[in-house]
Ligand binder design. Structure first.
Ligand code: ZN
Length: 277
């Protein structure tokens, strides 16, 4: 999966340091991020020394194996053909893989910073806290920590069959098979969400819910929690048509191979297809 970047080491340790010339800059324009086309044809993130940006506009985000990544709050792409605005949905084209992971993770933090410029209690402008990853209101002392939305993904299993879905045509991933998924609501355990989403989306009951793995998914600010669960009772699907266009049972041998397993959904489907589940 995209976060599996071994032997590289991701560290989210907090700091207020300024960028150095070779540090990596994540600069966003709407839902796109600036990339540089290397001589070898690969895409990478730009360095501070390459961009016409101000040091004070660059906020430290995290490091990967000692290399520092910053979010640039405002700035323009340099003139020239090597710079491209890349859709975050395509950001997995960055190479090596830890750059793709960095782009998604930077997006999560940048969105949080961007969406929290003012205190929700008194309206004053927020500043970065000196000690920890939080935004502080200098007027009323309100401290705001990064928000992460838990999402469940569940592979519903009936013997050798897996329940797969397709999103409605308006969804970005509508052409691919997916699994039942949804946001945890306040007051629910992740297992409660699994049972509710399966019931709401396809009208099925499940039992023996077991944890598979998780994935930070920064494009949407989520932490995806993957589960498998066994069908409990009838296998007749009642489709929730606002969200899904299709749901069907596929035998293990009929599941199409996934081109990559960067996303948790793909990884889970491939694990089932290849008999690991
Ligand atoms: Zn305040």
């Amino acid at each position: 999966m995209i976060q599996d970047i071994t032997p590289e080491q991701f560290s989210v340790a907090y700091d207020l340091r300024a960028p150095k010339s070779g540090d990596t800059i994540c600069l966003f324009h709407g839902s796109r991020i600036l990339g540089v086309r290397c001589a070898e044809g690969e895409l990478r993130l730009p360095r501070f020394c390459e961009l016409p940006v101000q040091e004070t506009d660059c906020w430290f985000l995290f490091s990967i194996s000692g290399r520092d990544y910053f979010w640039c709050r405002r700035g323009l792409a340099p003139a020239g053909g090597d710079y491209n605005w890349i859709s975050l949905r395509r950001s997995m084209v960055f190479a090596p893989q830890h750059e793709a992971f960095a782009a998604l993770t930077a997006r999560h933090l940048a969105t949080w910073y961007d969406d929290n410029r003012y205190c929700g209690r008194c309206g004053r402008g927020l500043v970065r806290d000196a000690e920890e990853r939080a935004l502080l209101c200098p007027e009323c002392g309100n401290l705001i920590y990064p928000r992460i939305n838990p999402v469940i993904i569940v592979g519903v299993v009936d013997g050798e069959r897996l329940l797969v879905t397709k999103y409605a045509p308006s969804h970005a991933a509508a052409k691919y098979f997916a699994l039942v998924a949804g946001f945890c609501e306040i007051g629910e355990t992740a297992e409660d969400t699994v049972r509710r989403e399966v019931w709401e989306e396809v009208g099925l009951r499940v039992k023996h819910i077991r944890y598979y793995g998780s994935q930070p998914w920064g494009i949407d600010g989520n932490l995806s929690l993957g589960f498998f669960a066994d069908l409990d009772g009838s296998d007749t699907i009642h489709l929730e048509k606002d969200e899904l266009s299709q749901a069907l049972w596929l035998h293990r041998r009929d599941l199409p191979p996934r081109g990559d397993t960067m996303a948790l959904t793909s990884d889970m489907m491939e694990a089932f297809r290849t008999g690991q589940i």
